[in-house]
Design a protein. Structure first.
Length: 261
């Protein structure tokens, strides 16, 4: 009895082969979520990063076939499939993943939240004046559980109001009110979900490092280590001068105390 082997079209084979080539040539592979990203912004980001990053979309099954062909050369590469939903987009680069993540994050722009969208973080309407004159807006605010009153002919929010918790879905009336208050909690841009490098997969929370905080933490750690070394009398080229100065101060203090006696 004859057996039949499913044929793969030349176009599909070419697409898989292209991904195999990109996977083999690039040490850094990132998974990108492009949900709600307008094509205009995508093209602008691609132009901005074209010298450093290649971005391609494909079907998950094609990507799985490509990964199957390269996983012997790239241990752990199959882990990125866990982060690919729907039609995934991948970025390929030879640049430092933290540098690329920072560049992509900077390319994002603020946007209003639309009805049905989930809050990316807690959304707070701050206490203070609004551009509204007294009228039906007060009852609209009350419906949204926002305390407000009239001060000097303008409606004023009486206290900070958390109108949405992270992950909650925005309603139509709340979306409208936030737009009228010029509060834009959403960001339009590429969202890097995870990045593969040398057998490891880093999620975006690892990649989103605050450079200034890192510098501050290193400076503080250096200060603590230096103080500990001096107090523990660990002599080296860094602590020697400080220890001599400390000894001099202590000698002067001892001499002064002895004279008083």
């Amino acid at each position: 009895m004859a057996t039949h082997t499913a044929k793969v079209s030349p176009a599909k084979k070419k697409e898989v082969d292209e991904f195999v080539k990109l996977l083999e040539e690039n040490p850094i592979i990132g998974v990108i979520n492009m949900e709600t990203l307008p094509s205009k912004q995508l093209q602008a980001i691609r132009r901005k990063l074209r010298k450093e990053v290649t971005i391609k979309m494909t079907k998950k099954r094609f990507l799985a076939r490509a990964i199957e062909k390269v996983k012997g050369k790239k241990p752990g590469i199959e882990k990125i499939l866990d982060y690919c939903g729907g039609m995934p987009a991948l970025m390929f680069t030879k640049e430092n993943p933290f540098k690329i993540y920072k560049a992509i994050s900077k390319s994002k722009s603020k946007s209003p939240i639309k009805p049905g969208q989930k809050a990316p973080h807690d959304i707070v309407i701050p206490k203070g004046p609004t551009p509204f004159t007294p009228g039906p807006v007060i009852s609209e605010l009350a419906t949204l559980r926002i305390k407000a009153g009239v001060v000097a002919g303008k409606i004023e929010i009486k206290e900070d109001a958390t109108v949405l918790k992270e992950g909650e879905v925005c309603s139509g009336p709340l979306s409208s009110m936030l737009m009228r208050l010029s509060i834009e909690p959403m960001e339009i841009g590429l969202n890097v979900v995870a990045v593969y490098e040398n057998g490891m997969v880093y999620e975006n929370k690892v990649l989103s490092i605050d450079d200034e905080k890192v510098k501050s933490d290193i400076t503080l750690a250096h200060s603590w280590a230096l103080n500990l070394a001096v107090e523990a009398k660990i002599m080296n080229k860094v602590t020697a001068e400080l220890m001599i100065m400390k000894a001099e101060r202590e000698a002067i203090a001892l001499e002064s105390a002895t004279k008083k006696e």
